[in-house]
Design a protein around this ligand. Sequence first.
Ligand code: NAD
Ligand code: TDX
Length: 331
Amino acid sequence: MKVLVTGGAGFIGSNFVIRARAVRPEWKFTVLDSMTYAANLSSLDPVVGDVDIVKGSVTDPDLVDELVAAHDIVVHFAADSHNDNSLDDPWPFIDTNIIGTYQLIQAVRRHDKRIHHISTDEVYGDLELDDPNKFSELTPVNPSSPYSASKASADLLVRAWIRSFGLKATLSNCSNNYGPRQHPEKFIPRQITGILEGVKPKLYGAGANVRDWIHVDDHNDAVIAIIEQGRLGETYLIGADGEMNNRDVIALILELMGKPADWFEHVADRPGHDLRYAIDSSKLRAETDWRPAHPDVRSGLADTIAWYESNGDWWRTAKVVAEARYERLGR
Ligand code: NAD
Ligand code: TDX
């Protein structure tokens, strides 16, 4: 099978190529990535020579048409992905996440190929802390930020193309990922790399916000399971029952890195900050044999910390740029 992986030089996409290459050696991979600030070509070092890499944008209709025609399936990770940046400058989110998805599904439809569209639980808005219900495939979309609105828009386009044009597509909405090769602008790597540079973790507001953490390899294994065992036209929610509030995540990182429990600071909250995400993944578990292999966030975080300790060259330059942006935003 020839697989076109959009956004394959980013966090989840690069981990997908590395993981899928290992467990499905018969698949052939092409990465299409425009190499924004969020990309890092060295993330693909473990598969260099085995994977074709094309620098270009999912918003480029001619390039997308040519590449889609030459592959069997598109696994669509490419996106502008950071909420704080979407509040600062929404346009790249509209362009890549909505227009880029439109260009891909049009090409997939023209050439009668298949697409697996990667999305996020953030499209569903947020939950109260004591809500007994979690997000499911039946939850209505209700996004809060420009980022999540752009992802919800893309999801709706894919669903409409399935219904109106018989597009061969599956969708997945996953909870917050952590693991190696995540950009240092994101919550967990920001704190780990900060501590390694002697800077205290920064907690938005009171830190009661809950995220449902999943190891990136568990996300990607679920994507492979959906590609192979999922039903065309269906949406699957991916989560590993990893709910933790941000205060507790920082406490765990501090403990694992040998720092005092109170060695962090509160900074200004994110405007419109979603309170809680939580995923009910029973449909995925009922229809595929996927089960998370890394259900223990503590040991997954310890491995992630070890990766950032050993890979300073991977993150140092990106961190300088990310922290300059945070400085301007007052966070
Ligand atoms: P990321 O920001 O680390 O990587 C995104 C990649 O897409 C980068 O390599 C970037 O260069 C590329 N890209 C951006 N615009 C492009 C364009 N116009 N054309 C081609 N490539 C482009 O993001 P990530 O965290 O790896 O997220 C990947 C996908 O997973 C996104 O669709 C995101 O919405 C989704 N997702 C992320 C999480 C999470 O916790 N990070 C959770 C659920 C879903
Ligand atoms: O320094 C920080 N301090 C802090 O308290 C940062 C960067 C974040 N936070 C908080 C905000 C969130 O409650 O931590 C939580 C996680 O923040 P992010 O890493 O920015 O993730 P989030 O906004 O939850 O979105 C992530 O998960 C869903 C990804 O960035 C999205 O791409 C994905 O769709």
